[in-house]
Design a protein around this ligand. Structure first.
Ligand code: ATP
Ligand code: MG
Length: 439
């Protein structure tokens, strides 16, 4: 076999044997978000490049180095979304959702594209679960969004994750801080990486986010934003902390968090795992009170987070977290001969219409091979149908686990029997699930 090509570097395939884990994670996140009042919103995978330049920010790594940008055949500059928020904000404004009762709370699952050096937990195509809460200025909104991320991680069985929070203030108090930072970094200018030297004038805070070892070491001694917060930003941050404490949500203050995107203001936070090595942040978010104005909309204080699903998966695997087992095939219809195969297909179709998981032969296997296959896919029951069964209208329903058999008529009663078995099974699974939740 000589394949003409392979997957693009930094992308990851999800195989059928693994996809149920992804479905579990995505459905759990969306369902919990729904309980918190967030409804799913979807946006295209690409947008006009200026959307990201403007919202993510010209001085960020994402815009400077990581975007997949190209000209389409009409000559427009197009970018594959590097993150979810900008697209959500664009959809909000384009459809005037900000005129609905506020806040507008949305959730999403998206693929994101960044030209980064691929390594464990760092891909060129990755996926995020995210939420945005548009039009909520109160510190309670910050606590709510943080609590949501925490509930999702807890519900999925993620352990060893710490919540780090910080405040990066508003443009007013940040101006003073920028001046102090600039003065500090000027002193070490020659040691900074080239990119950071360029940032010194335009956005010295970005240097705090640089991944180069030398810059990180210099950044460790830099002044911290918390010492420069204005009264309003300080009061906001104090209330966020008080809300978290009263709800018994543990957090650490981490003055090094500045977040990689320019639009953040005030509260920023990360959930950091002890299982991920260098790529330790599984969820990052914060408040972006100026973003909507920046995009040409009204002043609409807002906030959100993005959770990296590949990193989340790595943690779940590392911690041996349990995933609910995917539903198994209820009945395998074993057929002998063309007439029986046709009859089996008709029975299967009617059972499937009734919501029963059924399989029958589609590759022309022998009786023995079909039985073996039914066993392999974990079918709970088999029914063998051949000329004899067609003639008598009776067949054997075999319980594959116990080996017990029951006679079953190939008439309407068959559907009632199997619908009931399938429903009983689903009920038992649900009882198990609730039992596990109640424990
Ligand atoms: P990092 O500091 O690790 O580069 P970031 O600050 O660039 O992360 P965000 O833009 O805040 O990340 O994205 C939110 C989340 O998306 C991250 O916390 C992470 O879990 C995930 N993420 C970001 N970049 C990647 C990537 N290249 N591959 C896989 N997951 C990623
Ligand atoms: Mg990054």
């Amino acid at each position: 076999m000589a394949l003409i090509t392979k997957a693009i570097r930094g992308t990851q395939d999800v195989l059928p044997a693994e996809s149920y884990k992804w479905q579990h994670v995505e459905q759990t996140a969306l369902a919990i978000a729904r309980d918190y009042g967030f409804r799913e919103m979807r946006a295209p995978v690409f947008e006009h490049t200026e959307l990201f330049q403007r919202s993510v920010g010209e001085t960020t790594d994402v815009v400077q180095k990581e975007m997949y940008t190209f000209n389409d055949k009409g000559g427009r500059s197009i970018t594959l979304r590097p993150e979810g928020t900008a697209g959500m904000a664009r959809v909000l404004l384009e459809h005037g959702l900000q005129n609905e009762p506020l806040p507008v709370k949305v959730s999403y699952i998206t693929s994101c594209y960044r030209y980064e050096k691929p390594q464990a937990g760092r891909l060129r195509e990755f996926h995020q679960f995210g939420v945005e809460c548009f039009g909520a200025a109160a510190p309670q909104a910050d606590a709510e969004v943080i609590a949501l991320a925490r509930t999702i991680l807890n519900e999925l069985g993620v352990t060893g994750v710490a919540l780090h929070i910080n405040s990066i203030g508003c443009p007013e108090c940040r101006a003073k801080y920028h001046a102090a930072l600039k003065a500090y970094f000027e002193g070490r200018k020659d040691d900074l990486c080239e990119t950071c030297r360029g940032r010194l004038d335009r956005n010295p805070m970005r240097i705090l986010d640089c991944k180069s070892p030398v810059c990180s070491e210099i950044a460790a001694g830099a002044p911290v934003m918390l010492d420069y917060l204005c009264d309003d930003c300080r009061a906001h941050f104090d209330t966020v902390k008080a809300c978290l404490s009263e709800a018994e949500i543990e957090y650490e203050i981490d003055t090094r968090i500045v977040r990689g995107l320019d639009y953040y203001t005030r509260t920023v936070f990360e959930f950091v795992s002890d299982a991920l090595g260098a790529q330790s942040t599984v969820c990052g978010g914060g408040r972006y009170d100026g973003l909507i104005d920046e995009l040409g909309g009204p002043h609409l204080p807002s906030l959100g987070f993005g959770m990296g699903l590949e990193r989340l998966m790595l943690i779940l695997e590392a911690k041996g977290a349990q995933f609910p087992t995917p539903p198994r095939c209820e009945v395998y219809l074993v057929s002998m001969g063309d007439k029986a195969a046709q009859r089996c297909f008709a029975i299967a179709t009617r059972l499937r219409d009734g919501g029963v998981s059924v399989e029958c032969d589609t590759v022309g296997r022998s009786l023995k091979a079909q039985m073996k296959y039914a066993d392999k896919i974990g079918a709970r029951y088999t029914i063998v149908v051949g000329d004899n069964e067609l003639e008598s209208g009776l067949a054997q329903l075999k319980n594959m686990e116990t080996g017990e058999t029951d006679e079953i008529a190939l008439d309407d009663s068959l559907y009632t029997t199997l619908y009931t078995k399938s429903l009983d099974r689903q009920l038992a699974d649900m009882t198990d699930l609730f039992g596990a939740v109640a424990e």
